[in-house]
Design a protein around this ligand. Structure first.
Ligand SMILES: Cc1cc2nc3c(=O)[nH]c(=O)nc-3n(C[C@H](O)[C@H](O)[C@H](O)COP(=O)(O)O)c2cc1C
Length: 245
């Protein structure tokens, strides 16, 4: 192993932060680390809104389902998939832009994920903690309005950054054999592996210092997937010019 891989393997989300601020120059370095991620066809379609205003933060915390760390973290960023500036690039060269393709939705969204994970990793290397906030999509239209997002820009998730005021245990992931297949897809041994993983996760949840649970992974996921998943998303994305074809 090396220090980078050890850092990756010790990742855990942080949901409680100290009051210590992060110099803006450090944030800009993290953003540059994010920008260094690979980007499909050099599209560079991630825009980040840094939310400083306290009232806006409090409102976003509410819109995300009452996640108070959105208001508390030293820095709160909203990662937006953004094809707006590509419209500008096309206008600059008198090229009509063909937008609305599902492919463009995938690349724009993927860009945000790759960018953000680079930011997270760089932040962790500086001793910072983070948590993604997909909860923003609970009320995505209000989030979009609050941040004055134009067409072709949608908020994918938020990210809290700050110095950790907690030290949670690392959450075990699925066994490698479940996620790494050889030559073709097979789920032959998945159930056995997932059973073992369920036991491991139950032990993790029973032993951890906060939010103790008595569930394995499969039960947790089955209960989540038994419910609708933000059914407003398709119409919202279409209203912003995505997923037309
Ligand atoms: C796109 C995305 C959205 C997430 N949204 C939330 C969220 O709204 N609130 C939260 O507390 N954690 C959120 N998380 C964190 C996950 O719950 C967490 O990463 C997962 O349980 C694994 O735990 P770990 O990060 O501590 O290893 C999100 C993670 C991702 C990648």
């Amino acid at each position: 192993m090396n220090d980078v891989i050890n850092l990756m393997l010790s990742h855990r989300s942080i949901r409680k932060f100290t009051d210590q601020q992060i110099p803006q120059a450090n944030l800009e370095t993290l953003i540059k680390a994010g920008q260094s991620a690979a980007t499909s066809s050099f599209i560079q379609s991630c825009t980040i809104i840094q939310v400083n205003n306290c009232d806006k933060r409090a409102h976003l915390a509410e819109l995300a389902g009452g996640q108070n760390y959105v208001a508390q973290a030293a820095i709160f960023l909203v990662f937006c998939a953004d094809m707006q500036r590509h419209q500008l690039a096309c206008d600059m060269h008198q090229q009509p832009m063909q937008s609305g393709f599902t492919e463009q939705f995938i690349t724009a969204t993927l860009d945000c994920g790759l960018f953000a994970q680079n930011v997270v990793l760089a932040a962790e290397s500086l001793g910072l903690g983070s948590v993604y906030i997909g909860g923003l999509r609970n009320n995505i239209a209000q989030v979009g309005e609050l941040l004055q997002l134009p067409d072709l820009v949608y908020p994918v998730f938020g990210l809290c950054l700050g110095y950790p005021a907690q030290n949670p245990e690392v959450k075990p992931r699925l066994p490698v054999e479940v996620v790494l297949k050889q030559d073709c897809y097979t789920d032959e041994n998945d159930q056995t592996s997932i059973n073992a993983y369920d036991q491991q996760l139950k032990q993790y949840y029973a032993a951890r210092s906060s939010n103790v649970k008595q569930q394995g992974w499969s039960e947790q996921i089955s209960k989540m997937l038994n419910k609708e998943a933000r059914p407003h998303m398709l119409s919202y994305l279409q209203s912003k010019g995505y997923l037309q074809k």
